[in-house]
Write a protein that binds this ligand. Sequence first.
Ligand code: BGC
Length: 505
Amino acid sequence: MNASAKDLAALLPPRFTLGVATAAFQIEGALDEDGRGPSGWDVFAAKPGSIVDDHSPAVACDHYHRMPEDVALMRELGIDSYRFSLSWSRIQPGGSGPVNHAGLDFYDRLIDLLLASGIAPMATLYHWDTPLELDAAGGWMNRDTAYRLGEFAAIAADAYGDRVTRWVTVNEPATVSTNGYMLGMHSPGETLMLKALPSVHHQLLGHGLSLQALRAANVPGEIGITNVYSPMVPASVNPLDKVSAGLMDVAQNRLYADPVLLGKYPDSIRIATFFSSFSPSSEDMELISQPLDFYGLNYYMPTRVASGPGEGAVPEGMAAAMGDDLGGTAPGSPLHIASFPDTETTAYGWPIKPEYMAVALSEMAERYPDLPPVFITEGGASFKDLEIRDTDGRLIVPDERRVNFLADHIGSAIEATSPGGPAESIDLRGYYVWSLMDNFEWSGGYKQQFGLLHVDRETLDRTPKASYYWLQELLAARRGDVVPESPDAGVPAEASDVDRFRTVG
Ligand code: BGC
């Protein structure tokens, strides 16, 4: 599709929210400042070999010190809403007990500045940076962590409840359990495989208890959870490939969405847990499936699944980006992720398939007839962006692939949910671009860049990329404003335009 900003603006439903997203650990830095306590991620990232090239999150984007500058850039961009996360260990250093007033003040100032800039704050309570003391006590394998998150939600409600427009309780519990507790690729680095199942339930319970705490505090903001969704595509018509894709669908999608939206775990999981000591009570399931004001869905890519161990546990590009330990073969594995033939990929090796955005939404609509309004709470792509200098030495980042990615994915989501579309029953309320700026991409370090803003790793200067100007144009066109002239950073239409610039390095 690849709509121009103006064409796409014409397709946007009235009051459709366009925003950008970040997470505290990925942008703030200042890990030891103003009373912040350590998180499990501080320790995991410091272990040699956990992060690509041993990149350190200590400074990240230095957002903790540059927050006013970053909000000014968002105001310039013209977004409706900003999704950020609260660093639990900055606000409550031990994960329980006393609060740190300097930490509370930081988000107080952020929220006030956002509101003064006409930007609606969407706050995520838990975006993976568990306070270290809780991790030391078992992290999400320990049921107690769910209650601690509920208490943290009450602290946040008390501090910011009057001003936060939307709350996300937990971000992508699937990634935490899969990467953090099953495979050891993320903090806390556990390799428990199927024994990690309690970490799933406890995160979902943490969601339920947070939701309960926010409701008890009568916050006026809307409340939801964010789950990632990846349509599972069998690699062939071979029944074994179909079964494998079905298994992945349960393990990555339904395991997290069914309890929240249907109040029960998928049948296959219930059979598996029948043989283990894990048996969730009906009280837990009621907490987990309380009504939501919205459902947050992160869509990045579909997954092509084949039976058998295959060549590698993860697609080659992703393995290369994330570290050698993920490459190679997985001899005992009953299934593997296969690459899509003839498909362009991101720098991570993720397939670029905007049409599957529509598939994700239509599968959601079919499975969950009572789905509340939906926000795409994340979508975006990492690319090795071209960095060029104009004749005055100014940096220009013509990231046209990111522009195309965003235009195609937003367009696909809107088309799918419009009357006559395959997911027309979904009330789609908005799309948040991941991410405002290049940041600490977990195990991918600073190598995987998703930002609309380029961040110089030495000076930490922010430079708007072409995708930033494109989104600015889209927002302006939707408001009916005169579209701003983007400085030279517009996408060079032809290679010859690029010749006007000197290529860096
Ligand atoms: C996470 C982000 C992450 C992004 C790109 C999502 O899974 O919520 O924190 O940076 O994907 O990998």
